[in-house]
Design a protein around this ligand. Structure first.
Ligand code: SAM
Length: 261
């Protein structure tokens, strides 16, 4: 099944899937660890909400030899990479292009309801968490699990100070929520057995070019779209020069919860 949401995702949802796939070692490392929190018998149907280029999805598929994965993302470039990467698992993965803010049972067709929702490095890009969690609850079967990680309150504060020091107040749209407000939102949407916690994840880059590529492709992506192409690399290099050390001060928000049985 390959479906596209009725509304074509806006350019704010576009990513460079091939570059992300090349650079997203930190996200792949964290994603592996988060996946370890999802207990699976191997025959479940799991929604990967914001699958990106499919590096972590690939591990999820390996954990489901008799199961299925719905790999959902808003970005066509990311989905193209994910399709390439997951081609050997054809038949066990359904690709869906959709905005998580529009997710509903009909988005998943005959894959609804899912046994679990898994998501890494995505929820902070979705700036309405009340609606996001309500949508996720609507596609989970009774007792279905939610295991996720995204950016938390305080995420990349040092990096954003470097961005401000070169004259840009807000380099993109994201929501870095706290553990407490996230737990309240999940409970409000009917989730139970809710556990939410944060952990620092400072991430070092030995190579300045790779750091600049990473910032361009991931963190500063939205701001760069507002600049002329020839202004983009110099801007990113000014940010790198303003960072006290080549480290991105990530803080992650971890979520484990269950839909009401
Ligand atoms: C940093 S990538 C993470 C990809 C993958 N989960 C990983 O850990 O490598 C964030 C992904 O979230 C997707 N995304 C952001 N906002 C979204 C939305 N509202 N609906 C669906 N996907 C979204 C982006 O297109 C992108 O592929």
């Amino acid at each position: 099944m390959t479906t596209a949401a009725d509304a074509t995702p806006s350019c704010a949802h576009e990513w460079d899937g091939a570059e992300y796939d090349r650079l997203a070692d930190p996200q792949a490392r964290w994603g592996s660890r988060v996946l370890g929190r999802l207990e699976l018998a191997g025959d479940e149907t799991v929604l990967d909400a914001g699958c990106g280029s499919g590096r972590v999805t690939e591990e999820l598929v390996d954990r489901l030899p008799q199961g299925r994965v719905v790999a959902l993302d808003a970005s066509s470039s990311m989905l193209e990479e994910a399709r390439r990467r997951l081609a050997p698992s054809q038949g066990r993965v359904d690709f869906v292009q959709a905005d998580l803010l529009d997710l509903a049972p009909a988005t998943l067709g005959d894959r609804h309801p899912v046994d679990a929702v898994f998501s890494t490095a995505t929820f902070h890009w979705v700036t309405d968490h009340d609606r996001l969690f309500a949508n996720l609850a609507s596609v989970l079967g009774p007792g279905g699990r939610l295991v996720a990680q995204c950016g938390a309150e305080g995420n990349i504060a040092g990096l954003l100070a470097a961005v401000r020091s070169v004259g840009v107040e807000r380099a993109g749209s994201w929501l870095y929520a706290s553990a407490d407000e996230t737990a309240s939102r999940l409970e409000h949407e009917g989730f139970v057995d809710v556990a939410v916690w944060t952990n620092p994840e400072p991430t070092w880059f030995d190579d300045a070019d790779r750091l600049a590529d990473f910032l361009s492709t991931v963190i500063l992506r939205e701001h760069l779209l507002t600049l002329a192409p020839q202004e983009r690399r110099p801007f990113v290099e000014r940010v790198v020069a303003a960072m006290p050390e080549p480290v991105v001060d990530y803080v992650r928000l971890n979520i484990v919860a269950r839909a009401r049985a």
